[in-house]
Design a protein around this ligand. Structure first.
Ligand code: ADP
Ligand code: MG
Length: 675
């Protein structure tokens, strides 16, 4: 773990041997002189701005740095600070909204500094870390820094906090803004604490709004940007995928070899399916370079992403199918053509159901412009948008911050646990409306995490326990219910699998899909989807989970292994939070725990044949992917509500009225199960 002491970096700088320093605090170490990456660093647009940046960043407590993607913000700014030894009084935190970006950037900076990853440069993301007491530049997700702030609200370990990708405005970023601001303010008044310096970085933000909030100057650095020719489709279509594919192959057929393509899509499954299609179609293009199809999305490990980031070999054309992760966080060389679906999967909150859902929505103009820019980094480029000009013009200008479209219970729980009592009065850049905060408080009260009866908002001891888990409070509640009934072991498995992506492989061809469905049948549990997952897990563990076995079962080993990792970490959290881990082979006990844990997610069959979610009274349907799809159980719990053309519930378990009444008599007096 990291030390909290203020100390010099224990690894000596090697600039004491007569090597001249040039410029303000520019430590031109021997280390760097022999580094082949140094030339590349020097060519970055940010390099000439080094002195100016350091001047401004030491003159003010906070600076905002705006520069296009690829300028060198993320990789260079922490090094500038470290080389100038401005980090003597504490570690430099660099926050990222995505774990993969945190990991791959830490690797890159470790390479550039020619140090072993985990020594001077390290990273920390949920369920994984690579850092030590010598670490001075610590890349981490904003969620990790926020968790740390729960234990140390003044962030004493750090002398600098670099809030990167500020325009993403994730919930975590937004709370971090408030927390960092308040730590900074407090430390300013303390003689025994060094000041906390803050750098807010982004490719694109509303500069005025940020500058007002932080009350600080904005530095602009010119990036490289060549003109990009933009084309829109001529008529509106819902079937944008077709236009998308034909654009890819129109470019592939006509463009010269060195011109790579970056195509923005919405999610993993869609990307993998399209990649398969493209590989097939590409075989027909014998007169074009070979098409190397790469995929890029957040659920991949950073190793898997490397093929997208490497320069293309002669004789090939690279096609990168990416989610919005390629908008700003990762730099891909060689891109000349951008194809933009103009769609993105975004979290949408449905206040009535109290659930967050991922939905495909159209991007904002700001996002589309970022995407367009990716085509003009090295020379003139082209961008093809899968919207008409009129549709594009009607897009919202900027993306709505996530905090304004989320279920806030997790957020509010985190905030309460950090000690932010006045959630409604917190200094948000964009405050969620009071209704949503009240919905969250209601949920947390029902979960007995919060006590409102004493006047004011009190976090209960149960609430504190819940806050230790990096999970949606409802999932934590599942674990706690399981603890009471003695089946934590099994519930940990279920929760771990729920946090992972779908473990069932669903092939795109009809024959294969039928075969997969057939193979999956043997895992099906009559009691529902959660117990089906448990069956998958047991088979996976019994078979040692080899890739060959997974392939034969049409299961995705990566997702199972991810769940395995999560499970290990959750066991760790259980140990520290004092949650007993016991096992039960009794399916009924497990279902009782599910009923107790998910009492807010109960749906009952109506006489008309659809379901009603008892908490909100909403009409819902069983999702076709559920093992319960063709059956009509009387009462079920669900883990997810998905709105497409209809509202679906997923992750079902059959439960009984009696268990529910027993577990939460008060709740079910007002949310009646009707007969
Ligand atoms: P910014 O944060 O301004 O978008 P970065 O600091 O992330 O810029 O990247 C600057 C440059 O460093 C990129 O243009 C790219 O050339 C190089 N680079 C960054 N990360 C990697 C990596 N993982 N592998 C290879 N090159 C990289
Ligand atoms: Mg960056």
């Amino acid at each position: 773990m990291l030390n909290g002491k203020r100390s010099h970096s224990p690894v000596p700088y090697r600039n004491g041997n007569g090597v001249k320093m040039n410029g303000a605090g520019d430590v031109n170490s021997l280390n760097q002189q022999f580094n082949p990456l140094l030339q590349a660093r020097r060519r970055l647009p940010i390099f000439p701005a080094k002195r100016k940046f350091l001047e401004e960043a030491t003159k003010h407590d906070t600076v905002i740095l705006l520069a296009q993607t690829g300028t060198g913000k993320t990789t260079q700014i922490p090094q500038f600070i470290h080389e100038a030894r401005l980090d003597r009084e504490g570690v430099i935190a660099v926050t990222q909204p995505r774990r993969v970006a945190a990991v791959s950037l830490a690797k890159r900076v470790a390479d550039e500094t020619q140090t072993e990853l985990g020594t001077i440069v390290g990273y920390r993301v949920r369920f994984e870390e690579m850092c030590g007491y010598t670490t001075k530049i610590l890349f981490q997700t904003d969620g990790m820094l926020l968790r740390e702030a729960m234990l140390d609200p003044l962030l004493k370990k750090y002398s600098w906090v670099i809030l990167d990708e500020a325009h993403e405005r994730t919930v975590n970023t937004d709370i971090l803004f408030g927390v960092v601001k308040s730590a900074q303010k407090y430390r300013k008044g303390q003689n025994d604490l060094p000041p906390l310096r803050v750098v807010v970085m982004s490719a694109t933000v509303d500069a005025d709004k940020f500058s007002n909030y932080w009350n600080c100057p904005v530095l602009y650095i010119e990036g490289r940007q060549f003109p990009v020719h933009i084309r829109h489709i001529s008529s509106t279509t819902d079937d944008w995928q077709r236009a998308f594919l034909s654009t890819i192959f129109l470019i592939h057929e006509n463009a010269p070899e060195k011109e790579d393509i970056l195509a923005f899509m919405t999610g993993q499954e869609e990307i993998e399916n399209t990649a398969r299609q493209c590989r097939l179609i590409a075989k027909e293009f014998t007169n074009s370079p070979k098409l190397m199809v790469c995929t890029l999305y957040a659920a991949q490990t950073s190793d898997m992403q490397q093929s997208s980031l490497r320069p293309t070999q002669p004789g090939f054309r690279k096609l990168v199918l990416a989610t919005n992760i390629a908008e700003t966080s990762l730099t891909i060389p060689g891109i000349k053509h951008v194809i933009d679906s103009c769609r993105v999967k975004a979290k949408v909150h449905q206040a009535r159901a109290g659930l967050d859902m991922l939905k495909v929505v159209r991007v904002s103009q700001a996002q589309a412009l970022q995407r367009t820019g990716r085509a003009g980094r090295e020379s003139e480029g082209n961008c093809y948008r899968m919207l008409t000009r009129e549709e594009f013009d009607s897009l919202p200008e900027a993306t709505v911050p996530e905090i304004l479209r989320s279920n806030l219970s997790s957020v509010v729980l985190t905030m309460l646990n950090i000690g932010i009592k006045e959630v409604i009065k917190f200094e948000f850049m964009d405050a969620p409306n009071a209704d949503s905060i009240n919905t969250a408080l209601r949920q947390l009260t029902l979960l007995e995490a919060v006590d409102l009866s004493q006047g004011g908002v009190q976090l209960t001891s149960l609430g504190k326990k819940m806050a230790a888990f990096p999970l949606d409070p409802r999932f934590t509640n599942l674990l706690l219910a399981a603890e009471q009934l003695g089946c934590t072991e099994e519930m940990l498995t279920i929760v771990a699998l729920l946090t992972a992506e779908n473990v069932f492989q669903l092939p795109s061809t009809k024959d294969k899909l039928e075969e997969a469905n057939q193979v999956h049948k043997k895992f099906q549990a009559a009691e529902g989807d959660l117990l089906t997952l448990l069956n998958v897990w047991r088979a996976f563990r019994n078979s040692a989970g080899t890739p060959g076995w997974c392939r034969a079962q049409f299961l995705i080993p990566r997702h199972l292994n991810f769940a395995l990792e999560v499970r290990k970490q959750l066991i760790g959290v259980c140990h520290t939070a004092g949650v007993a881990i016991q096992s039960s082979r009794d399916v009924e006990v497990l279902r009782k725990a599910i009923a107790k844990g998910l009492f807010m997610n109960v749906a009952q069959l109506t006489l008309e044949g659809h379901y009603v979610a008892l908490d909100s009274g909403q009409h819902v349907h069983i999702h076709p992917s559920s093992v319960m799809f063709k059956r009509k159980p009387e009462i079920v719990t669900y883990t997810e509500m998905v709105a497409t053309s209809k509202t679906y519930i997923r992750g079902l378990t059959i439960v009984s009225e009696e268990w529910l009444n027993e577990a939460k008599p008060d709740y079910f007096r007002t949310h009646r199960i009707t007969r």
